[in-house]
Design a protein around this ligand. Sequence first.
Ligand code: ZN
Length: 117
Amino acid sequence: MKAKYKKGPILLPETHETIRQELIDGLLLGPCSARDLSAIARIPERDVPHHLEHIQKSLATSGGRLIIMPAECKKCGFVFTKREKLRRPGKCPVCSGESIQEPLFTIELPVSRSKGQ
Ligand SMILES: [Zn+2]
């Protein structure tokens, strides 16, 4: 018989599931940038969009959704509306300004779940 692993103080290797749960927990607290999320889940910032895509899919099945507030140029106000791009743009295509408000992410959960109040 195999010994079952018990939940304990020993840190198990991070699974994708754990990372995503941490990201979701962070997102539920309020809007986060990719940089915030990389700090929360202790993953490289470049890995964040990949995980967000999966979170987006798993949320969809439960009726929640990932809200993306697009990046915006702080100089001229240009909004980076390409939604498929979760990454932070380098500079503004309009004024070439490099002062970009990063895209922020948050989670919206279904309001009315049949919990039977
Ligand atoms: Zn601009």
